[in-house]
Write a protein that binds this ligand. Sequence first.
Ligand code: WT7
Length: 640
Amino acid sequence: MSHDIYPVLLKDTYINQEQYKELYQRSLEEPEGFWKEQAKKYITWFEPSEKVLQGGFDLLDVVWYAGGKLNASYNCLDRHLKTHADKIAIIWESDEGNSKKITYHDLHREVCQFANVLKKYGVKKGDRVCIYLPMIPEAVVAMLACARIGAIHSVVFGGFSAESLHTRINDADCRLVITANEGMRGGKKIPLKANVDTALVSCPQVQHVIVVKRTDNKIDWQKRDIWYHEAMQIVDADCEPEILDANDPLFILYTSGSTGKPKGILHGTGGYLVFAAMTHQLVFDYHPQDIYWCSADIGWITGHTYVVYGPLLNGATTVIFEGTPNFPSPSRFWEVIDKHQVSIFYTAPTALRALRQEGDDWVKKTKRTSLRVLGTVGEPINPEAWEWYYHVVGEDRCAIVDTWWQTETGGIMITPLPGATPLKPGSASWPFFGVEPKVVDDKGKEVADGQMGKLVITKPWPGMMQTIYNNRERFVETYFKEFPGMYLTGDQAYRDKEGYFWISGRSDDVIKVSGHRIGTEEVESALLCHPAVAESAVVGVPDHVKGQSIYAFVTLKTGYDNSDTLKKELIDTVRKEIGAIAIPQTIVFAKGLPKTRSGKIMRRILRQIANQEVDNLGDLSTLSDPQVVDDLIEQVKKLS
Ligand code: WT7
C-alpha cells in the first residue's frame, strides 16, 4: 500500500509535528494533568473541579471534571464581552443571498432575552426543549438560551418529517418546541410549523410552541403558539447564567443505530465544552482574525460542536449558512467564501463530489484567496475528491483536515493538524490528543498494521457521550458489550505503518447517505407502514456522489401487485415516516428474501446482489429457500 504524501504546508501554526508527537504522548501517559490544563485554558469555571477524570471503561463509571461548575452560554458569550463585545459572532448568509452580522454584545442580549422568554413559559433547569428550526441566527439563540438556564436542548434536523419529530419529542419528553413558520432552502419553502402541528397531535405535554417568523406566508395558528418576536418584546435583557455542574446534561441529539428507534445521545457540559473548544482551535488552527465557516446544519452534531459551541467558546466569527451548495449556482460556496473572506471552511465530502461533477469553472471564477484551512467530515473522502479540494479549491495553498468522529464522540477524534501532519489523501491520519484508537479483530485482539478490523477507542475522552437518554442499558449494550473495556465505534478501519488510520465505513447496519446516518431497520419499518408490504430488507450500495445510497428489497402481501404507482407510494411512505433523506434510490420487488432456516435475513447476500457482485455468494446451503437468490439476481439485472 503506497500512497502519495503531501508535506506540511502551513507554518506558525499552534502545533508542529514534533510538538504533536510530544504532546500526544503526554496526553496518554498523564491524562489527568493534561486535561486539567486544557480545562483551565479553554473554559472559565465558576468553580474548578476537584477531580479531572473519575472511573473508566471497565466499570463504565466515567465522570469528567466532577464538581466543576460552569455555564455554556457564559463561556460562549459573557466572558468575551470585556475584551471584544463588538466583534462579529455570527455572519448569517441567507438562502436568498442576504447577510446579517451579529456582534457578541448583541448575541448576548438576545440570548438573555430569549432565556427569559423560556422561563416565562415555565421552562426550568433539566427540562427538555425541542428546537426544529432552519439555519437562522435564532437557532443559535435558542440553543444558548437553553444552556443559560440549564434546560436540555434537543435539536431536530429540519429535513425530518413530522412523524420523526413526533418520536423525538416524545422520547425526550420535551416541554416546549421552538420552530419557524417556514424554512427556506435552495429556493424552496419548508413547512416547519405545519410539521410541528402534525407532530404534536398526540404530545399533550407540549404546552407552548414558539414560532420564529422567517417568511411572510400565513400559517395555521393554535392556542399554544407564540410569536418569537412578540415574546421578545415583553421580557427584559438581564438573565444571570445558571450555575451548572460539569456533568449536568447540555443536550440530547438523536442519531440512528443499526437497530431500533433513533438513540438520544446525551452530552454533558464540562467535558464536552473543553473538548469542543480545544479541537476547534487546534484542528482548524483557529486564530482570532479568522473567519470560520462550517456548512453543517445545526440539526447534526457537526453543527452543534463546530457551528455553535466550538467557535463561540473561542470567540470566533462563525458563518451560518441557510442555503445549499448548488443554489442559485454551483459557485455558491465559493462566492460566500469570497463575500465574507472566509479563511477556514469545513464541509462534507458529498458536497465536494457533487460540486466537482459540475466542472472546475464554477470554482475558478471565484478568488478564494482568503482560504487557509479546508476540512471535511461525515464519511470517508475518496482520494479523487480530496485531490480536487486540495488542488482546485485550495490551489495547493491550504491544509486539508479529514476529520473522523461521531455524534457519540462529541468532537473530532482522528484528524490531521494543519502544520503538523503530512497528508495522505483519503486518510483521517492521526489521533487527536488524549484519544487512543485501536483496530481489533472479532475477538477484540489488536490486529497488525495494514489489516482491516473494527475501530475501537480504548480510553475515555472528555467529549464522549454520557449515555443514551433514558436508556443506559442500550448505551452499554451498543458501545461496550462486544469488547468490554473499549468503546466500539461501529466503523471498519486499518492503520498503516506510519500510524495513519484509514476508515472505510460502517461495520454495522448503518448507511451513510450524503453523510447522513440512516439505520436500515428504520427504513424497513417505514416501508412496513404501507399496507402492501409483507417484508422488506434494506442495504447500502456505493454511490459516486452520496457515498452510499439506499437499496430496498420488498415482498408484497398476497393480493397486491407491484407497479410504478406502488413504488411511488412506498417512497412517499418513507418520506412521511422519516424524511426525504431516507428515501430508497432503488426498490426491488421480490418473491422472497434469502433467509436462514431460523428466519434471519441474510443481508450479506442481499448486499452482494444489490452490488451485482454475485460470482461468489458463498455457501447458500443454509438458506431455507436458495431459489429466491436466483430470482433476486434476475430482478436486479433487469433494473440496471
Ligand atoms: C459516522 C458518524 C462526526 C460528525 C458527522 C457525522 C462516518 C464521519 C468520517 C471521516 C470516514 C467518517 C463514520 C462514523 N464518518 N467522519 N472523516 N472518514 N468516516 O456524525 O452522523 O454520528 O456519523 O460517520 O462512519 O461512524 P454521525
